[in-house]
Write a protein that binds this ligand. Structure first.
Ligand code: ASP
Length: 317
């Protein structure tokens, strides 16, 4: 039996400024096209989410791959996770500095290793041993990001909160929570009804080297299980990790609630329990899905039987 595949992607949830919305929607659309063209040919959900996320990693609009936020010491450090809901195989990498596409390294871990998660040099060496090129970290660093880091550090020295992305509400609390969250992710169900999820990030601006957020941790920023749902999150990582929010959401789908109900509930729980902000995409094996965010905007896209649609806020969907 074959079903119509569905692919959902996100390109971060934050106060995306007006002059950046077009680039976000364009990036999301390209990712949908890359992923769905595979699904339409009968490829697996894992292949589709990997391809979609690789497109977003290659697009310097987003905080993933080239163009990511910089660590305190001016480097790019990347985290990514890929999970196959049909087999429950997963592959994750964190704190990698010399890989252009960490999601491909995550795929290699998923396919070729008895282990699930590699970090730092070990992850890079594993990827290289399986044919991936190691690049210089400077190839991932943009001048735009050097400037952004300088600004954040100057504000930090002056004891000022980073208000850049706080929208209309300039309270320090809001500013901290609404800092730019441009992580990327995808979830898909393929023609065979198998689910997969992928999330990739450069983490948070001015992070301490070695810091890992929710994005690449199983059950936090990414999870997939055919018995429940596939999920990818974006937002302030520490609260999402503490709530294991991806698994929280998929468990509720398994208990019989629809992804459409659960997605906003997960974001409400994130805020109520931890004061966190972020966004979620959630898809079950029957093709039911939910999208939600409590940031001013979230870049999202869906490709199903009706074709591709993108948006910059879920309210407008
Ligand atoms: N969740 C990511 C992290 O904390 C950031 C983001 O979503 O942009 O690393």
């Amino acid at each position: 039996m074959s079903r119509t595949p569905i692919l959902l992607v996100h390109g971060g949830a934050w106060a995306i400024p007006d002059d950046m919305t077009e680039a976000h929607e364009r990036g999301v659309r390209h990712a949908l096209e890359a992923g769905y063209s595979l699904l339409a040919k009968g490829a697996s959900a894992v292949d589709a989410v990997e391809a979609a996320v690789a497109v977003l990693e290659d697009d310097d609009t987003f905080d993933a791959g080239c163009g990511s936020f910089l660590t305190r010491d001016g480097r790019v450090q990347l985290d990514a996770l890929l999970m196959d809901g049909g087999t429950m195989r997963a592959g994750g990498v964190a704190c990698v500095e010399r890989l252009r596409n960490p999601i491909h390294a995550a795929r290699l871990v998923l396919d070729k290793s008895p282990h699930v998660y590699f970090v730092g040099e070990g992850a890079e060496e594993f990827a290289q041993a399986h044919g991936m090129e190691l690049i210089d970290n400077s190839e991932l660093v943009l001048e735009r990001e050097r400037e952004r880091l300088k600004e954040a550090q100057a504000k930090e020295r002056a004891g000022l909160p980073d208000l850049t992305f706080a929208g209309d509400d300039k309270s320090p609390e809001t500013a901290a929570h609404l800092a730019s969250h441009d992580t990327v992710g995808a979830v898909a169900v393929d023609a065979k009804g198998n689910l997969a999820a992928a999330t990739s990030t450069g983490g948070t601006l001015n992070k301490m080297p070695g810091r890992v957020g929710d994005s690449s941790l199983i059950g936090c920023g990414c999870y997939a299980d055919n018995l429940s749902a596939a999920v990818s999150l974006t937002g302030w990582g520490e609260p999402i990790m503490k709530l294991v929010l991806g698994k929280w959401a998929t468990d509720r789908v398994q208990q019989g609630r629809s992804p459409e109900q659960v997605a906003p509930e997960a974001i409400a729980y994130l805020y109520k329990r931890m004061g966190g902000h972020g966004g979620i995409i959630l898809l079950d094996p029957n093709g039911r899905y939910g999208l939600a965010h409590n940031t001013p905007r979230m870049a999202w896209g869906i490709y199903d039987a009706q074709g591709p649609r993108t948006g910059i806020a879920v309210e407008s969907y």
